[in-house]
Design a binder for this molecule. Sequence first.
Ligand SMILES: *Cc1c(COP(=O)(O)O)cnc(C)c1O
Length: 456
Amino acid sequence: MTQTKFLLDEEEIPKAWYNIQADLPTPLDPPIKPNGEPIKPEDLAPIFPMELIKQEVSTERWIPIPEEVRDIYRLWRPTPLYRATRLEKLLKTPAKIYYKWEGVSPPGSHKPNTAVAQAYYNKKEGVERITTETGAGQWGSALAFGTLLFDLKCMIYMVKVSYEQKPYRRILMESWGAKCIPSPSERTKFGKAMLKKDPKCPGSLGIAISEAIEDAATHEDTKYSLGSVLNYVLLHQTVNGLECKKQFELAGDYPDVMFGCVGGGSNFAGACYPFVGDKLKGKKPDLRVVACEPKACPTLTKGPYMYDHGDTAKMTPLLMMYTLGHEFVPPPIHAGGLRYHGDAPSMCKLVKEGVMEAVAYHQNEVFKAALTFAKAEGFIIAPETAHCVKATIDEALRCKKTGEEKVIFFANSGHGHFDLGAYDAYLHGKLIDYEYSPKLVKEALAKVPKVKPKIK
Ligand SMILES: *Cc1c(COP(=O)(O)O)cnc(C)c1O
């Protein structure tokens, strides 16, 4: 019988994270201010702890995972690598399909890999309280969990429509001791101004980010935390890809093609960068690494490569990335975690240089794939993750036609137990496929400042 799960012992949780910046053929373009000047570490110190700012710009290949963080990782790590034999049978494909399952963490996704690390560094530097924003609540619940373990206060600004429509993740946050309030709120100047303009304002991620940053910047004991896009977030997520490499050794295989869903890029980077490092070093030059995104928010497949703000409110520096414009508001697809106008700069650079590729899908085909997966393997996965399951099934069916015995991998980033409403909409034919609007993207791109970095 074919082995189904490849498991590691707790002692095999990696002792260091892998930093892709050490192996990029050319360095990343620096984050800049609107006047073109590169950002200095001091500029970020009011909102981030120093150790994370150092990690953000580090080019060291290995960054040690603190023992306290590894100890907490033991609660759910190492996570299993599965061979999806039942899905292979259902599809009648000669390909081998593997997936790494991050849905076993307490919040149900990959996100605590960085939430726990960020809480640790903040605690170590004497921070008492952390703020963040959350849309549907995936990141907010991960940070609530992380701060709980280090006895920190946690303040979460949740986009008001989600707060009202999706109570379950709020309840999760509150169960772990965090304070979660609808944004815009009366707690910040920015929130008050928004409410004055429109008392019924439904909120947006951009507004919530502005409130969370303002809160952190105006409280001595408080810092701000971000759950994707930044280099150090991707770094923390590599604990997953490093485990995965060991597990592929146990399986006696190595992926030919890797798929992952991409919102800001953190789960996929975490799963694939250790393998991308091999590719960059010439160890597996023909490895295909494919980022999967929604057609409703096609950052990598349709956006231009340019400097843009990381958030709608222009609070963050300008980052070199593929972008649909920081003012672009994606249609309300159910994969809320993939509704982001940009992507992590390192991943954008790898796509730009042809090391990685990107594809985009509509949500109906994506949910169809998720149900095929559920029929074969049982797990109800997150709508985000379903994007790379669609790519996996397509590739497996292509292999069936050609008879290729390819090794296919996908990053299974989380479960969909709080997204059953979306499954319900699909099952009852109520899910809309939103066409990407070149007109709206063009309008949003017109708002992106035209800047070039000033060379020092
Ligand atoms: C948040 C989330 C994503 C998207 O974020 P990335 O930073 O691109 O990984 C994907 N899958 C799940 C389950 C998520 O919770």
